[in-house]
Design a protein around this ligand. Structure first.
Ligand code: C6P
Length: 408
């Protein structure tokens, strides 16, 4: 059986119990996956099993439950290491999510920045990949620059090249845009940034559930992502960093676990990854995320990516055929998200009209205000897909938009 046939045989949707419900009498059509994905039974069961049988604080206790909890916690770290092909699990730091991962790096690099150093981002970035760099710039006198994008929503690579200089110390760029779905040419951008002598952080929040990620092949210095966008629980995420770079960064939060030795006068730090994991970690979250990684690993990912692409293309061409609908952004390479506007209506009104038909989308600026300003729109309606969505979902959305138009 090839991967496509394998996929046709699988009933992935039934792995996600939440999808089996009606909203106002209509079957739920969940198209808000860029905000958060739903959770398969395997993840829900792993979290519940952890609390039913294994719960204890990790790395501390001298008893059976503590041993089991620690084993499960570290096994999850190892699964994540394998997922992104990090060299060692010391390079996999548990955080609360993408936002915390990026803040960790921005704080950890503070001492390495001086006035006039430059941080380069793009106009496509989520606020989580803008604001921490503004704060780093304010602390150090560094300058934050954003390279241009094209009207279609792709990074303008000429502008990116022109923005790089010997002053660029760090490039921070999203792997996939949450607002437009643009897949950025990060391998090329990482190579160009390294040629200029800069470090590179990739915001992988929107990529990790869809694309294979190999941090060693990419040669990125940092890669950040959230568990809840890849079928895992909220409140857990990962910062990958190259060991030498993480070693050179001081811890950003102090407390238990991150220390080696404490006196009243001073402390020394634990080894990686614990140096960056102060306090009791989100153990159930890590266990749930480990289960999510195992769930993904059991799926034919390439076939799923192709199936999702078909849904995205069907949505794009369907929306184009509806008079009064305008697509926002038509990137050359796109994943999962489609943004659009309907007539002169506010995106929130369209979101409400779709919700009345059981269709869940996100509306607004999607935490990308500079991008919205650059595109000259107040916000968009965004449909975003995942592996459990079907052509029926696309058809419901298209019918829903058609119907919404009749109310305007
Ligand atoms: N985007 C969306 O609806 P957290 O909140 O830390 O898990 O992820 C932040 C984040 C960072 N980068 C990108 C590219 C993102 O898409 C997100 C989260 C959600 O688009 C919620 S705003």
């Amino acid at each position: 059986m090839n991967a496509k046939e394998h996929l046709a045989e699988m009933d992935i949707r039934s792995d996600f119990p939440i999808l089996d419900q009606t909203i106002g009498g209509q079957p739920l059509v969940y198209l808000d996956n860029a905000a958060t994905t739903q959770k398969p039974r395997a993840v829900i069961a792993a979290i519940s099993n952890y609390y039913l049988h294994d719960n204890a604080n990790v790395h501390r206790g001298a008893h059976a439950l503590a041993d089991r909890a620690t084993r499960d916690f570290e096994a999850a770290r190892e699964s994540l290491r394998a997922l992104i092909n990090a060299r060692t699990s010391s390079e996999v730091i548990f955080t609360r999510g993408t936002t915390e991962s990026i803040n960790l790096v921005a704080n950890g690099l503070t001492q390495q920045f001086k006035p006039g150093d430059e941080i380069l981002i793009t106009l496509l970035e989520h606020h989580a990949n803008i604001v921490p760099w503004q704060m780093l710039a304010a602390r150090t006198g560094a300058v934050l620059k954003a390279c241009e994008i094209t009207q279609s929503g792709d990074i303008d690579m000429e502008s990116f090249r022109a923005c790089l200089s010997p002053r660029t110390r760090l490039v921070a760029v999203g792997h996939v845009s949450n607002a437009l779905g643009t897949i950025n040419p990060i391998a090329e951008m990482i190579a160009l940034a390294h040629d200029a002598g800069a470090l590179v952080l990739i915001d992988g929040a929107q990529a990790i559930a869809h694309l294979p990620v190999n941090v060693q092949d990419l040669n990125c210095d940092f890669y950040a992502f959230s568990g809840h966008k890849m079928f895992g629980p909220t409140g857990i995420g990962v910062l990958y960093g190259k060991e030498t770079l993480l070693d050179a960064m001081p811890p950003w939060q102090g407390g238990g676990e991150m220390i080696e030795r404490v006196t009243i006068e001073s402390s020394t730090w634990n080894s990686l990854p614990y140096k960056f994991e102060a306090g009791t970690p989100n153990m159930a979250g890590a266990v749930g995320l480990g289960a999510a990684v195992r769930y993904i690993a059991g799926l034919p990912r390439e076939a799923l990516l192709m199936a999702e692409d078909t849904l995205v293309q069907r949505t794009v061409s369907g929306l184009k055929q509806i008079a009064g609908v305008r697509l926002v952004g038509e990137p050359e390479h796109r994943l999962s998200a489609v943004s659009f506007l309907v007539d002169n209506s506010h995106p929130n009104d369209i979101g409400t009209l779709l919700d009345q038909q059981g269709i869940a989308v996100r509306t607004g600026h999607h935490c990308t205000m500079p991008l919205m300003a650059r595109l000259g729109v107040p916000g968009t309606v965004r449909a975003s897909f995942s592996l459990y969505n079907s052509q029926d979902d696309v058809d419901s959305l298209l019918r829903g938009v058609d119907k919404a138009l009749t109310f305007l």
